[in-house]
Design a protein around this ligand. Sequence first.
Ligand SMILES: Nc1ncnc2c1ncn2[C@@H]1O[C@H](COP(=O)(O)OP(=O)(O)O)[C@@H](O)[C@H]1O
Ligand SMILES: [Mg+2]
Length: 353
Amino acid sequence: MTAIRIENLTRTFGAVRAVDDISLDIRHGELFTLLGPSGCGKTTLLRMIAGFVDVESGSICFDGRRIDALPAHRRDTGMVFQNYAIFPNHTVAENVAYGLKARKIPAAEIVSRVDKALERVRLAGYGPRSPHQLSGGQLQRVAIARALVIEPAVLLFDEPLSNLDAQLRTEMRVEVRQLQQALGLTAIYVTHDQEEALAISDRIAVLRHGTIEQVDTPERIYRMPQTAFVAEFLGSTNMVPGIAGAFDGHNTPVAAAGTEFTVRGEVAAPGTPVLLSVRPEALQLRDGSGGSLVHARLALREFLGPVQRLHATLPDGTPIRISALGGQALDLLPGAPLTLAYDPAQITAYPAP
Ligand SMILES: Nc1ncnc2c1ncn2[C@@H]1O[C@H](COP(=O)(O)OP(=O)(O)O)[C@@H](O)[C@H]1O
Ligand SMILES: [Mg+2]
């Protein structure tokens, strides 16, 4: 297991600051995800750690040892690429053996290590096959075996599942997570898929324009996003503009959408424009009164099986999405008044842009 420390890492391409002064501490045995939209610098950062992109300034240490000037093959990392990077004219076993041959491992040892790596990814016996005979999911497992076979201290994944269909992707991410935990390896996982990041990570760094917006556990990133960008990027949310009122020692009232929301804590100086993030599941349908409530009117109900998505409008007409359990409110018709209860701690407020 290996802890990774990244300090003030920067890489520019012409006028683009692809990685802009990033510092991160990644713990032993952690699956750490770099999450962000296309072009935010995820691949550049990962490739700097792997040794495929030169560091312009800053440093990378594995267990306190500086590695950023070492060639890629001496960094003790295994990388799994988005497009698999499988050689089509070689057998599965030859593909997996690639890194071992490059390291001049004796032939007999190569055979046994390749077998073991294929077994780990549930492809025992596939060694003699041609890659053409394999499905997309199997090819990706070959790519993982090829990264594992060198017994790296750190596994690096660059959007490894994005070429697979949706169902296989959700199955494979579980396999990746189980394998990483079983081997106890430190892993850095790049994705632009927020659900994938939430599902498999110990911690997530959300990147934007080459910088870090927030580093936290999936739960905290989702429930306590520190910026409006993180709130919108992770899951769906309603962004409602408003004006902060006076903090009463516990909560701040925010006038928004023709009504008032109560937000836990001190939000901003009274009179300041803010943006509220209201998760669709933070609002609960209620009959009675009590607690923090807002009123809305139903516009459209989507029945999705386990849940329903209610499209409603707040008093001034601002649209708001609410998720309710599948069996709730099935008799509600468009135009019906809704009373929505919420916990002020579930609403987050940001400075208006
Ligand atoms: N080799 C390169 N030459 C020029 N620009 C690059 C190069 N690699 C990446 N970039 C630019 O750096 C930025 C970050 O790219 P990248 O790290 O691939 O982002 P991501 O993986 O998050 O989509 C983008 O603006 C991209 O165009
Ligand atoms: Mg990328």
